[in-house]
Design a protein around this ligand. Sequence first.
Ligand code: TYD
Length: 142
Amino acid sequence: MIEQCKLIEFPQNGDERGHLVVVEGNQDIPFAIQRVFYIYGSDADVIRGRHANYRSEFVLINVAGTSKVKVDDGANQKVFHLDRPHIGIYLPKLIWKDMYAFSSDSVLLCLASEHYDAEEYIRDYNTYIRIIRDREALIGNP
Ligand code: TYD
């Protein structure tokens, strides 16, 4: 699963007036965008996220500043650096994610495939591991 977490480089439509980055659902990213939220004002020592989602897929883009995203599929972990406004990370469903190391000017834009539903958030890591193990027992290791 972790190999499905991928950096996406969006084209920068730059000219002498500056840059413009376009993210079209189902074209530049692999889902239709149902929800947009953004995170800013988090101190450098804060860890956000700390959850997985049953259904939501995400693309995270630091449109300003920088942060790191640690992804975990229950077996492997990987750290991504978000440090340019035209770079995003795609996260499939059922990935545990931590966002941290926010720069003071960080604005982390989050595009989501689903509307907000607190019920589809898995916020306990041990529960997450149990769900992943149960799923593997049911359908094998995808
Ligand atoms: P939370 O999921 O803890 O943020 P993060 O994972 O980025 O650290 O969300 C913080 C609060 O905002 C929490 O009370 C739920 C609420 N929230 C919504 O109402 N809608 C949303 O789309 C999101 C992402 C959060």
